[in-house]
Every structure is written in structure tokens, then in C-alpha cells.
Design a protein around this ligand. Sequence first.
Ligand code: GN1
Ligand code: MG
Length: 370
Amino acid sequence: MLYNDIKGILPRFRFDGRYEECQEILSGNINTTYHLTYRMPDGSKREYLLQRVNSYVFKDPVSVMHNIELVTGHILHAYEAQGIDSTRRMLRVIPTLEGEPMWQAGPDSFWRAYNYIDHATAYDQVTQPEHFYEAGRAFGEFQRLLTDFPAAKLSETIPGFHNTQQRFYAFVAAVAADRAGRADSVEEEIEFFFDRRKMMSALVREMKSGRLPVRVTHNDTKINNVMIDDDTNHAICVIDLDTVMPGTALYDYGDAIRSGASTAAEDEKNLDMVSMDIGLYEQFTRGFLSEVRDILTPHEIELLPLSVKVLTCELAMRFLTDYLDGDVYFKVRSPDHNLIRARNQMKLLTDMEGKFDRMTDICRNLAGRR
Ligand code: GN1
Ligand code: MG
């Protein structure tokens, strides 16, 4: 029973009203998330999100919450300064009775709560192209609002999260260790990443050489991490701030295209259905550049199409690494779930490679346009 999992946790938070019901939200691959409904004495509803933070993935949940409080505070302040009603525009942390941003129920049991943004949807796949334009605008705005936030104040919640050089070494180590005895069955898949080693580490090289500015970035810009208002179809809020930390704008752009411009779900088995929709690529890029055109350097803009390939390759390799490790990182719903995801992302990358020149043309065109 769901309620039994959380009944000891609920009284620890400053929720208003009486508990009424709870539903698990199944779309995340890392944390466990519940949608809570409470009822006020006057009959009105209060809705919240309750999450158990995955402490295998986030080794220091206290720093995660510290980052989130800093970043949400900064963005709320920016909206208020512009006279924008911020009520549904940002996550707000609901404190514990002690006024803390998180409740620790046991050695590996960390819980936090947020306001729930109602009348808005986090889509797992793009259903209307305008939504993806909106997502581009929202992630671009997120970036823009954080340009004056000092990146050094943030902890690196997952060290080397998008460091594809390190990720490649971790992948090679997983092949060598072969903990789940699966390496022999995925020889071709393994080869795929050796063939792309140089391409995938391009952004890391650019970062190391100082040619790319360090910015505060979201780092997990999946399409379902932006809420779209059900009435206006505008993007209103960027969510899932666990990986907000210093990075490059290219991580956010590349990962968003990887996730939202695909013609299929991330775990679609039928690879014939998986490709990159160039129209969606254009939509997102238009939205994103409308917010950050004047902030990004010409070099960052030039590298946008490459970032799409890098981020797709990175995730494909992370899925295969986890498959080789025996599924310890991502939640899986079948023993081959990570392999299915890896093959899906490899197919997506192969398709992107064929469309690279068109992506470059579209991007240059949009960047030059006012
Ligand atoms: C994880 O849990 P979710 O869906 O927000 C992962 C992302 C991946 C994504 C792939 C902290 O995000 O990096 O891109 O799965 N988050 C972490 O679906 O590893
Ligand atoms: Mg996430």
C-alpha cells in the first residue's frame, strides 16, 4: 500500500489541511515521487509533491537541497523584480516542522516536499510542436535568469555529471568488470562508443581549454522537466532542479533536443520508429535562442548542433554502462530495459549524424535572425 510507505513521513512537513490522497508519479528514472492531496476546512484543496531522494545517485542530498533553495530563491526574486506573478512559475520547497528543507527518516531515507503546480502538464513526449518551442523558451529563460548567479556558490551534486571523458572511462571499466556477465552479448554496442570517443569528448575539451564559459545550468532538460499550462499552452515552470550546477549552456540545449525532438519514447523497442524530427529541432532552437541569443558567445552558438550529438551519445553510453553494471543506477521495469534504452539512443544518434548539416544550417539561420 502506497500510503503505508509515506504515512510516517507526512506529519514531518508543514502541509496545510487534512491528508486526503496520494498517487505515485512514475515518470522519473531516479527519485520516487508522490502527488499528495490535502483538504482545507473550507473544502478547498492543497496539492503537494513529496519525493524520496535517491541517495545512491545523490550522495549528498543536503547539498542538493542547498543548491535548490539558492536557485529557486534567485529566480523568484527575479520574477518579483519584473513584477511577474511567481506563484506557478517556480518550485517552492515546503519545510519540515523544524524549518529544514529535507527530512531524514533513516540512513538512506531522505525526503523533501514542494508545492504542486496545478492545471499544468509535464509531457513525456512532445504532442504539439508549439510545446517544444515553449520548452526552448523556458530552458533559455532559466539560463538567462541565472546569468548573474555566482556559479561557485553551487555544489557539484553529481561530480563529472556531463564529463563524457570520465564517463567513457567509467564505461570501459564497466566492460572490463562485467559485473552482470552481459558484456559478451553486447559487443557491437560496445564498439559503437569506441568509434565515437573523440566526438563525445569535444565539449569537455572545449571546457577545459576555457573556450566555453562556465554557467549555471540545469543539466537534466528532459521535455518532462518543463510544465506546460493546460489553458494557455505556455511553458510556465522548469522543474527537477537536482542537477542544477556549474556547466555549459550546451548541456541544457543538447539534452533537451535529445529528449524532445525524438519521434519515439526513450525506451521504444521498435527502432524503426526512432529518429530526430528536424521540425521539432527547429522549434526548440527558435524558442531557446529567443531568450539567450544575446547571452551566448558566437562559439557557444556554433557548437549547439554538436552538443546534441554529444549529449545523446552520453546518455546512450550511460544506459549501456548501467546495463553492464547490473542496473544499479536507473530504475528498470525489465531486465533488458537499460539495453533497450541504450539501443534507442544509439539509433537516435545515428539518425542525428545523418542530419547534422541541416541542423547546422537551421541553427546558423536562426542565430542570425532577430
Ligand atoms: C534521469 O529521473 P529523470 O528522468 O529526471 C537522469 C538524467 C537522464 C534521464 C534519462 C540524475 O532523469 O540524467 O537524462 O534519467 N538523471 C540523473 O531519462 O541521472
Ligand atoms: Mg531528474
